[in-house]
Design a protein around this ligand. Sequence first.
Ligand code: HXC
Length: 260
Amino acid sequence: TPGHYETLLLDIDQDGIALLTVNRPDKLNALNSTVLSELESTVTRIREDDDVKLVILTGAGEKAFVAGADIKELNTLNSESGEELSRRGQEVFAGFENLGKPVIALVNGYALGGGAELAMACHMRIATDNAVFGLPEVGLGLIPGYGGTQRLPALIGKSKAMELILTGGQVKAGEAMSLGLVNGVYSTEQALDEAKKLASKILKNGPVAVEKAIEAVNSSDRPDGFEKEAALFGELCDTEDFKEGTSAFLDKRKPDFKGR
Ligand code: HXC
């Protein structure tokens, strides 16, 4: 059996395609510490398993891919634990980016905050037509902390990335397609098949070449930016605005930011 997880489902088919599903549908698959740990151990498992050739990563249910980091857990962070969480998530996500096997995100609904960041850490993205992308962190008194400040500008350009990050606004599947954020948009019924079609086109090619191609494309990243992102995320976890933003979400009310 592929392994037992509390918050993940892992299926490996005969073609060597691993379907990895974040499975907390009643919390819209929000990334709590269990999900992060299990993603980390799955990456290791998949890396070491020669039978796995490619990964499709998705979220359970029809509503969300991943609705972000678990805001209940964020609420209690301070600058030290905030920076640590940011670094930890960055590392787990980098595990997918540097897996040595292609990773396709199947974005089947909300991909917000850490969820959008997880999708962006994947090598390609196939979206369902109800997919919604956004980095709402500023509305919580935060910034994206799982690589979003680095990967979004790389994917769609600095200008539009700045707009999305500063407004916290959402982008639907069609606009995500025209921005180049996703590789295709399909109905919920068809999207998995389309992701598998894309997978099979990739898997026809030389596996070592595919691995090295990913490595070469990834080497254009700027690692300093990730350091900066984690440090700033940590600083924000000591602000009143952060406490207010996350508490307001949990109390289901609008935040009242004081600017400190
Ligand atoms: C914890 C979450 C959650 C999250 C949803 N839920 N998103 N819990 N963390 N990120 C929970 C809700 O509290 C609710 O639980 C249940 O999931 C269903 O969500 P609803 O809000 O009732 O659904 P709906 O009204 O349809 O709204 C969907 C939504 C909304 C628009 C996606 O849930 C939402 O705005 N979620 C937060 C999105 C967000 O801000 N993400 C970024 C987080 S910051 P109950 O128990 O009430 O049923 C981040 C930082 C990453 O990701 C970097 C860290 C270092």
